[in-house]
Write a protein that binds this ligand. Structure first.
Ligand SMILES: Nc1nc2c(ncn2[C@@H]2O[C@H](COP(=O)(O)OP(=O)(O)OP(=O)(O)O)[C@@H](O)[C@H]2O)c(=O)[nH]1
Ligand SMILES: [Zn+2]
Length: 195
């Protein structure tokens, strides 16, 4: 089974380097790196990076793993898959939900694998549009469905805590492949089932 390991995705040398550089950043922003509250911070940040950037250590195409031959050729929707990612412009978190709909053509994937795929694709520096199209492309390539549609909702911390400071604004992105491109009724059915 293709599982995603969130621990030990960094080699020891890289872990040491990250700790060193985090400590340097703390010093450069004006912190006293020797005060008690910060002593373990470089190691903690490194462990957090290992988790939130664990997507670099996995191949998303392997994640769908076991697929089953099923004759169901109508809409399958997996919705409200929560994700946390980091924007590549500011390294600030953005997070929300992914919704996937697909029309199988004889091959279906285990339901949990969609959530695992979302983890691998989002646990690295990303932009929301690329998450959306990567998910659509991988599902299209691996499952070879009649069609697939991916909708991603996201709230970007780089727009809340800094810059334009617009707390609560949501970005919605979608990608369609195969029959979803041509069939507006199919898109409408998918979107109505998301409500
Ligand atoms: N399209 C897209 N833009 C994003 C995403 N995450 C962050 N951004 C944007 O990336 C842009 C980077 O713009 P820059 O002008 O280079 O950076 P900046 O000066 O920090 O921009 P402001 O956020 O407007 O202060 C900003 O407009 C962000 O809102 C994303 O997932 N997709
Ligand atoms: Zn950003």
């Amino acid at each position: 089974m293709a599982s995603i390991e969130y621990k030990n995705t960094l080699v020891a040398e890289n872990r040491e380097q990250i700790e060193h550089h985090v400590k340097e950043i703390l010093r450069l922003i004006g912190e006293d790196v020797d005060r008690e509250g910060l002593l373990d911070t470089p190691a903690r940040v490194t462990r957090m990076y290992e988790e939130i950037f664990s997507g670099y250590a996995a191949n998303p195409r392997d994640v769908l793993g076991v697929t089953f031959d099923e004759q169901h050729e109508e809409l399958v929707i997996i919705k409200d898959i929560v994700y946390y990612s980091q924007c590549e412009h500011h390294m600030a978190p953005f997070f929300g939900k992914v919704h996937v709909g697909y029309l199988p053509s004889g091959k279906v994937a285990g339901l949990s694998k969609f959530a695992r795929l979302v983890d691998v694709v989002t646990r690295k520096l990303q932009v929301q549009e690329r998450i959306t199209s990567e998910l659509a492309d991988i599902l299209d390539e691996v499952l070879k469905p009649h069609g697939v549609m991916v909708v991603v909702e996201g709230e970007h911390m780089c727009m809340c805590s800094r810059g334009v400071k617009k707390y609560g604004s949501q970005t919605v992105t979608s990608a369609v492949r195969g029959s979803f491109r041509k069939d507006s009724t199919l898109r409408a059915e998918f979107l109505s089932l998301l409500k």
